[in-house]
Ligand binder design. Sequence first.
Ligand code: HEC
Ligand code: HEC
Length: 496
Amino acid sequence: MTNDKNFYGLLAEFEDPTALCKGAERVRDAGYKNWDCHTPFPVHGLDDCMGVKFTRLPWIVLTMGLIGLATGVWLQWWTNSVDYAYDISGKPVWSLPANVPVIFEVTVLFSAFTAFFAMWGINGLPRWYHPLFRKNSFAKATDDGFFLAIEAKDPNFALGRTGDFLNTIGAKQVEEVREADEPTGLPGNVKAKLWITAGVMLIPIGMVYQTWDSTTTQPRVHIVKDMDKQDRFRAQGETSFFEDGRMSRSQITGTVAEGQFYEDESFVTGKDGDSHIAALPASLTVDEEFLAEGKKNFEIFCGLCHGNTGAGDGPIHERAAMLAAQGEAKWVQPTDLNGVRIVGMEDGKIFDTITNGLNTMPAYGGQIPAQKRWAIIAYMRALQAEYGEEGPSADELAAMTPVERGELVLNQQGCMACHTTNGSPLVGPTFQGYAGSDIKLTTGETVKGDLAYLTESLREPLAKTREGAIPGAMVPFPNITDEQIADLFEYLSTLK
Ligand code: HEC
Ligand code: HEC
């Protein structure tokens, strides 16, 4: 060691690779640590002579790779099952196989970056300038010079002794190397270029921030148009091409589209004119095969919600009701298909519901061919024969009080799927305290919960909507008679 800060070390030149190798062995055995050899070409065996140990880079890469692996596992476990657990069809929120690709990627990412940066770090890079280049003779290191340099910062270094030592081990010439007196930083023009590059790199970040921090009513800029914008006619679009200005063309009078010819119109609509047909179209025969087909399709398409017996308790309902109870969803219970209302419903009306859906029930017209939709209805009727409710006879009804009859209507018509009598609202408002109460509507007006409003709510549920309620969630009940509504009101009046 020396006290001269600018003193870098000693540079010794050797005659040839053999001499250098021999010299290196001696330096190695003398216990020097901070030294190196410089040759114009790779010299075989030189690393042995120098006692260069195998690089520790692989261990660093392995360690960081394992950390990457652990990070990948942790990241996905935490995001998927702790921070944002998301139930997809009841699949487990955390399962290893699904996460292997990302874990693999993160492992490779950590390893690759570590290999790159650790290599630089171990080699002391980046280094813009090396003091050895201050010696003109060192230029021969790219031609025919074989050099060995010992740094002054080596603990064994002592100027006179080390110089003599180099001479004794066969050095041709030994020179002292000094750092420049002035500290040598980056050349001015390189610095300027780096500043400019850094400045330019801020522009995209600034643009991202600007977009992120502002709102606009303009459509987004389409750099790659993909198929977002095409010249085409859209369903409800306008065009100057046709006289009536519409893009959608209605079917030409007197023509039939392929596959859409039905001799019996009601077979595909369930309607005869404006009214629903009461029974299955005459062209169908209900036999065992037909019912079996109905059963199969009922269980595929309807059972999930309505339950395989039609009671309105299918697995989708169970799950949705569970989420609704936790306040995470709103859910209307699928109708009990064996209730008196559906038992009394025309086949054509049920067909219409399957074809076009109803509120939260999806339309199945596009998925189930008409013939199979009828088969489903035939099977529903069979279920009703098995599970359907039988109401009290006319005599029994006459013997009941209006309040009792009203309660029966409420239960038979399935009102309790959406309403309650105990004060806690479900999909619809509770009936407790309904009669005579002031009900605030979405329009800001107030109506009285009287018989007239009850009648209107059942005949035309869309006419008025209570503030905060889901509009349109309630279906009309045209088959409930005025007498039944009166009984119902009597019953509701008892719910104080
Ligand atoms: C995604 C769940 C779901 C599926 C699947 C489903 N329904 Fe429904 N269905 C409902 C719900 C919910 C209602 C109640 C809608 C309302 O009253 O707002 C309903 C109501 C009905 C009604 C009563 C209509 C009325 O006027 O009150 C009938 C009949 C019916 N569904 C039949 C079927 C048949 C047949 C299938 C199979 C083709 C089926 N549903 C499939 C959810 C479903
Ligand atoms: C499919 C779910 C559903 C069924 C079944 C249902 N309702 Fe409703 N009902 C609602 C919803 C939702 C509202 C609130 C929307 C509105 O006010 O229009 C409502 C509103 C009402 C209102 C108006 C109450 C108010 O405070 O504004 C009355 C009365 C009513 N229902 C009675 C009945 C009766 C009686 C039955 C059975 C014959 C029934 N509902 C069946 C969902 C349902």
